[in-house]
Structures are given as C-alpha cells and as structure tokens.
Design a protein around this ligand. Structure first.
Ligand SMILES: [Zn+2]
Length: 425
C-alpha cells in the first residue's frame, strides 16, 4: 500500500483530490427507503476537505481547492472511489477462542443446531470467554478491531453475551469500552445478557431472566456500559414473553432496544420489536408479510445478516426485496461472531446482499453506511460524507462503486481514514 507522507505544514487540514467518484450518500438524516436507497449522491471526480477531523467541504476539485488552505496536506487518491467508512450495526466483536473445530465438523455434515445440542455453539464460546481476563479480552478485541478497520469499517455496534454471569457480562462490556478507547474503531456497546441460557440455568430459564433483569441490567446502566439492550428471541431459547420482560425493563432503564428476531422461527419476535418500539430487529430470515408490516408500522429498521446464512450453509436469506418494497430502512451487517458468521468484511456482506438477496450495489452500500448509522442513532456523525460529519472515509481499490460488491473476497481498501487520520492498515 502506498501511504502519502505525513505533512508537517498543516496537520489539521486534509485535501482529498482526484477521486473517480466521491460517494457522499448526502441526503436526509433518517433511514433511506424505497428508491432513495439507490441514490448515492455521487460527485464525479469529487474532492473533499477535512479540517479538525471533520468534513469541511465536498464538491468538485476546483470548488474544494478554492476553500482549502495552501498548506493543506493533499491526498491524491489516484482515480479511485472514495466513500464513507462502513458502519457495521451488528457484531459480536469480542469473544475468546474460535470454533474452527466446529467449522470442520459442519463441513463434514453436522448442522449448527446439532452442534448446539451437543454443548457446542454459543455455549462453547461462553466457556472460553468466562475463562479469559478482561485484559485478554481487550487484546482479542484490538485484534478484531484491526480486521474491521482494514476492511474499511470505522464504526461497529458490539454486543456482550458470551459471559452470561454478572461478572463476565460486565467484563465483556468494559473490554468493549476499552477497545473503543484504544483503537480507531468507534464501538457502540450493546448489552446482550440474554444471548443464551447458561449451563447452570438449563433447568431454570426464568431464574436466569431474573438475574438479567434484577442484577445485570442495573449494574450495566449504573456504569453506563451500554447504549442498547438486545435479546436472542427464539422459541427454544428466550420466548416472546421472556423477551418482553427483559426488553421492557431495559427500556425503563433508558436503553435503546435491538432484537435477534425470526432467525430460525417466525414466532412473533418482529412483532414484539414493533410493539416495544425497538430501534432494530435483526436477522429476519424467516420473516413473513405480517412481520414486515409490523416493522413498517413502528419504524423499526431491519438489520439483515447474510453472512450468517452463508456460513451455516442455509439457503434461507431474509426477504430484503420485500422489505425494500415495503419502505423499510434496510441495514446490512456482518454479525461477526465465531460460530455462525466469522467475517469482519462488509464488502463480503455487500456481495452476499447483492448475489443472494438481490439488492442492487447502491442499495447495499446505503444499507452498509447511512442506514446503519441511523440504526445506531449516529446519523448526525457518520455514515455519509457531508459537511460537519466526522471524517471517516475509505479510498477503495475501485473506479466505480459497483466494484465494492463485485470483487468478492477482493483486494480490500487502498486507504482508510478515521477522524481524518490515515490508518496504517
Ligand atoms: Zn448476532
């Protein structure tokens, strides 16, 4: 990778020139829906000025150069695409160990559900995460943060959920906070204490729900460790009734809501997300017309996770086209986790969105940037290249934005900037 030399003259001002396309995604500060999802507000051969870590001007080369300081550091992007940093609105950023052994067993024919029934799956990651110290989790989280940044992702939502005790959930959330402070990756924390029923509560799920509501939630909010609360709502894990209890308590505590919904069964989880005014309902592979209508009526954003469908070898992708046609503000995300979606690559997710869910490359890019930012209540800060926003942007190894989803497993970005700073990736 060719890195431009650091400028001593004016470190506060950066002039980005010679793009093939400056993909701004400029537009209203709300989720883009329907045909809006195809409007990327591209400035052909555009330029951009960054001042004090924020975007100060966007336009043609001549327009932007006219307002730049003569001492601005010039970044010549060599006729490449410049676009906002990806916003990944659903990740399990931190976990100890990996499940490559289970991957091999699944390649040999065992299903994800069979694996879980034998004590594998989430519960095996819970065992290794419980055994890790907070410091060890921070080290792992920093490594993962690097993977995201190298792929052009500058903001992630990051969930707890592999601790499942008060101590271990707080340990995970503190580690997420530390990774956000120690790296250039903006981390938005979500408390997912109800990710799985831990071994010691196998025979007493209501007891675990009590623990989540009465011991974990108060401590999480007291330490301001999370912005959102999430739950894995699935009949064989946490029923709609249990999910309503947890999410209602979280709402009273001031947390926003996200729900793992309709992944394996369509059993009312999307409707619950709508009833409680959740910010997002995530997965939705099994969603039917009633689920889509409920999300639409309540303004809940669907977060689609095609990587988790691909990696478990399923064919059942979420009905993205029906959701776009219904006017939902669709988001796509990696669901980065060691079991069902071991990828930090938003480019790969865009490819799957296009090839498997029949989204267009423009819709996929909108879903991976501004719509994702809206789903994290960050639409005023990131997700598009507009004046006043944080200068998180990516110089892609492409001349046309459609190549981002086209070269799957492709070359990766040429340069990534977070807050106007070029990262050495
Ligand atoms: Zn997930």
């Amino acid at each position: 990778m060719n890195l431009p030399p650091p400028s001593e003259a004016n470190p506060g001002e950066l002039l980005v020139v010679n793009s093939s396309q400056l993909v701004t995604l400029a537009g209203p500060s709300r989720p883009r829906t329907g045909p809006e999802m195809r409007d990327l507000a591209i400035v052909q051969n555009g330029a951009m000025l960054v001042r004090s870590n924020r975007i100060a001007a966007v336009g043609s080369g001549a327009e932007v150069e006219a307002v730049a300081s003569p001492h601005a550091q010039v970044i010549d992007v060599g006729g490449r695409v410049v676009a906002p940093g990806f916003v990944d609105a659903h990740t399990h950023l931190i976990f100890a160990g990996n499940r490559a052994n289970e991957f091999e067993m699944r390649c040999e024919g065992m299903s994800y559900q069979q694996m879980s029934a034998q004590g594998g799956g989430i519960r095996s990651t819970v065992r290794s995460t419980r055994a890790a110290t907070e410091e060890e989790l921070v080290t792992i989280g920093r490594k993962h943060a690097d993977w995201f940044l190298r792929g052009g992702t500058t903001t992630v939502e990051a969930k707890s959920g592999y601790g499942l005790t008060l101590h271990d959930e707080l340990k995970m959330l503190r580690a997420i906070r530390a990774v956000g402070e120690l790296t250039s990756l903006r981390c938005v924390p979500t408390f997912l204490g109800a990710h799985e029923i831990p071994e010691e509560y196998r025979d007493n799920p209501p007891g675990y729900i009590d623990l989540v509501i009465h011991e974990m939630l108060p401590e999480v909010t007291r330490e301001s460790l999370a912005k959102y609360c999430d739950i894995f709502c699935e009949p064989r894990i946490f029923s709609v009734t249990m999910a309503r209890e947890v999410l209602s308590a979280a709402k009273v505590s001031g947390l926003g809501l996200r729900v793992h919904a309709d992944q394996f069964t369509c059993a009312g989880a999307a409707q619950l997300a709508a009833e409680l005014g959740a910010k997002t309902a995530d997965h939705l592979e099994q969603s039917d017309a009633a689920s889509i209508a409920a999300l639409k009526s309540a303004g809940v954003q669907p977060v689609l996770l095609p990587g988790s469908v691909y990696a478990i070898g399923s064919q059942r992708y979420a009905p993205a086209r029906a959701m776009i046609e219904a006017g939902l503000g669709v988001v796509i995300a990696t669901d980065f986790n060691p079991g069902s979606s071991p990828t930090a690559s938003m480019a790969m997710v865009m490819s799957l969105a296009c090839t498997q869910m029949k989204m267009t490359p423009s819709e996929a890019l909108t879903a991976a940037t501004i719509n994702a930012a809206c789903s994290l209540d960050l639409q005023h800060e990131v997700g598009s290249l507009e004046i006043g926003k944080i200068a998180d942007f990516v110089v892609h190894e492409a001349e046309d934005y459609r190549e981002l989803a086209y070269w799957f497993g492709g070359p990766g970005p040429a340069m990534v900037f977070a807050g106007g700073n070029l990262l050495s990736i």
